[in-house]
Design a protein around this ligand. Sequence first.
Ligand code: MN
Length: 193
Amino acid sequence: MFSLEQYPLNFAPNALEPHMSAATINFHHGKHLDTYIKNLNGLIAGTDYEKLSLQEIIVKSASDTNAKKVFNNAAQVFNHGFFFQSMALNNGSTFPENIAKAFGSREKFMEEFKTVALGIFGSGWAWLVNDKGSLKIMGFSNADTPIAHGLKPVLSLDVWEHSYYLDYQNRRGDFIDAFLNNLVDWNFVNNNL
Ligand code: MN
């Protein structure tokens, strides 16, 4: 059984204000993520999936056309767990040199990440991934996740509307800027490289 306690916040719900409100955190972590966890537990109860780790569930269900709901909920649990871990406000973390090197500069990385995140049509996720040693920024639709494609996750941004609508309404670009400039915990990112 998976539980919300396995995916704790590293900060108080109001710690990311004004860039991300306590209301957004409380709905997003406390309601949306919790619902994905409860759905997943219900779907895997009494099945072969029950004995697997979250990442194993994602990989197995990705290739099982009868397990689309299992995949969607398991992937969303992983994606959200990763996303909430990747944020911290004013923690003094410095932008990783390896990322600046891979993309030309900090600014070029920010620009490319924003372009990808803005370009996702509808719901989805922007990710920085490690693809066999090379860093890439990729957009994924709906629940899709790097884990399902053999890619190592480094940084994720949730661009489903529930992620920013209370604070930014339709201004996804402003949310992406706030995330990149103020919310990312680059120590966490650096540890994933
Ligand atoms: Mn979300």
